[in-house]
Design a protein around this ligand. Structure first.
Ligand code: NAD
Ligand code: UGA
Length: 479
């Protein structure tokens, strides 16, 4: 079989960009991305795509309506497809057995059942969602139990390694593509079919084939090890703040060792995003289920350190503001979990905002890409707040940073957006209450310059001196 028709179940952060790039690089393959959500598909078919991702608009515009389609007609897409990607969400369970740890596989199971109900010809079914080890077995069980005569399935694992904000570049220049499958003639043939899709733009030497379980576990392992590096450097940032060492200098010195490498050693307010915590919890749950309790405890520490870092940073903000933020105005710059995305899932900014609100502060929020409704949804989510009305009255969302910071006692920088580096901080300082504080949770600002202007500056992993000559200690902004 030569793959001519691809269907992707799930038009999210993975399904949308991944299939857009496949369509762009494989003009002879028809790619249809389907979703249960009518709203999401309508957005994919509109001028304003449902996700912000640099370069994505151009790729979609180049292929949409030619060989790339976004649709709610799941039935036709499955019937026509030779190869089906399952790219649905796998959130952490919020109820029942494994609550707060195990992944909720109901969407993966739902997708498998849809395929079983609809398919009338042979299909290669590709797990692209991040799943626990041996999830492919469950998918195969569902498909086999409902198999029509003459229809056969091959299940492959093809986890996705793209990062948000750089998704298109990551997809075009992937370090590796990983494909796991069954070691049988049919399994090997299916692996070859998927390889031939990627080979349109990925060199064969960068396509790694393994058994299915290694592929599934490698995805969890990669995310766990990336997150572990961040927790490691963040743990050292606390040591730096207490000793006078500078965590950026430490990271540089350590990262120059080619065995360690320099990437993912940026100390921060803590990692966010939809996957690191979810996937480590998934790994921990697997270890606990296998009675590998020491291994589970080891990975749990990566999450605990991340929680500690977020709390430590927020505690420092409050302590610096004379141990109370009650009645104070604080500006939050950045709400996305990292720059170049509008995604706020598990964003550390949510933790900061919630703690400041709990302590009685009013907060002004500005983010270049996050929608106002998303910020309100995040902060009024029942898991975050008990009194949504109170949140609404004490949170204001702004269209630019100058208005967001005007009249505030402090700025807390939560996301490393490039534009934050270029602001006129003299102007911002003039508009703020004095003493004016700035907490750089991403270590991106020029701290010496800010101190020179008159700001009290705090950052991660480095002790900074107080303003040399506090220019103005009146409590009013001097606009
Ligand atoms: P998402 O929530 O953005 O998108 C998932 C989509 O699947 C939703 O739009 C949902 O409506 C749809 N869906 C659910 N069940 C469906 C069904 N039966 N048929 C059709 N559509 C269905 O999720 P995401 O961020 O794209 O993540 C998807 C998977 O990829 C997860 O397992 C995640 O861990 C993994 N992953 C995510 C990233 C990332 O950067 N977000 C990177 C690598 C891997
Ligand atoms: C991460 C992985 O990098 C991807 O390979 C993976 O495919 C994806 O998870 C997934 O499975 O969802 P993503 O979460 O989109 O990608 O973004 P990252 O660049 O990994 O950043 C995650 C968080 O760590 C962000 O909050 C970021 O600010 C933080 N981070 C990252 C640091 O604090 N320090 C660093 O040095 C790097």
């Amino acid at each position: 079989m030569v793959v001519k028709n691809i269907c992707c179940l799930g038009a999210g952060y993975v399904g949308g960009p991944t299939c857009s790039v496949i369509a762009w690089k494989c003009p002879e393959i028809k790619v249809t991305v389907v979703d249960l959500s009518k709203e999401r598909i309508a957005q994919w078919n509109s001028e304003k795509l449902p996700i912000y991702e640099p370069g994505l608009d151009d790729v979609v515009k180049a292929c949409r309506g030619k060989n790339l389609f976004f649709s709610n007609d799941i039935k036709t897409a499955i019937l026509d497809a030779d190869l089906i990607f399952i790219s649905v969400n796998t959130p952490t369970k919020t109820f029942g057995n494994g609550k707060g740890r195990a992944p909720d596989l109901k969407y993966v199971e739902g997708a498998a059942r849809m395929i079983a109900d609809i398919a009338q010809s042979n299909k290669i079914v590709v797990e692209k969602s991040t799943v626990p080890v041996r999830a492919a077995e469950s998918i195969l069980n569902i498909l086999s139990a409902n198999q029509r005569p003459g229809v056969s399935y091959q299940i492959l694992s093809n986890p996705e390694f793209l990062a948000e904000g750089t998704a298109i570049d990551d997809l075009l220049h992937a370090d590796r593509v990983l494909i796991g499958g069954e070691d049988s003639p049919e399994g090997r043939a299916a692996i070859e079919e998927l390889c031939s899709v990627y080979e349109h733009w990925i060199p064969r030497k960068n396509i790694l084939t393994t058994n299915t379980w290694s592929s599934e576990l490698s995805k969890l392992a990669a995310n766990a090890m990336l997150a572990q590096r961040i927790s490691s450097i963040n743990s050292l940032s606390a040591v730096c703040e207490s000793t006078g060492a500078d965590v950026s200098e430490v990271a540089r010195a350590v990262g120059l060792d080619s065995r360690i490498g320099s990437k993912f050693l940026q100390a921060s307010i803590g990692f966010g995003g939809s996957c690191f915590q979810k996937d480590i919890l998934n790994l921990i749950y697997i270890c606990e289920s296998l009675n590998l309790l020491e291994v589970a405890a080891y990975w749990q520490q990566v999450i605990d350190m991340n929680e500690y870092q977020k709390s430590r940073f927020t505690a420092k903000v409050i302590e610096s503001l004379f141990n109370t933020v009650s009645g104070k105005q604080v500006a939050l710059l950045g709400f996305a979990f990292k720059k170049n995305t509008g995604d706020t899932r598990e964003s550390p900014a949510i933790h900061v905002a919630k703690t400041l609100l709990d302590e009685g502060a009013s907060i002004n929020i500005y983010d270049p890409k996050v929608e106002k409704s998303q910020i309100i949804d995040d902060l009024t989510n029942p898991s975050i707040c008990e009194f949504p009305e109170q949140v609404k009255s004490r949170v204001k969302i702004f269209e630019d940073a100058y208005s967001a910071t005007a009249g505030t006692h402090a700025i807390v920088l939560c996301t490393e957006w490039d534009e934050f580096i270029t602001y006129d901080y003299n102007r911002i300082y003039k508009g703020m209450m004095k003493p004016a504080f700035i907490f750089d949770g991403r270590k991106i600002l020029n701290h010496e310059e800010l101190i020179e202007i008159g700001f009290h500056v705090q950052t991660i992993g480095k002790k900074l001196s107080r303003p040399r000559s506090p220019r103005c200690w009146s409590s009013k902004p001097n606009i």
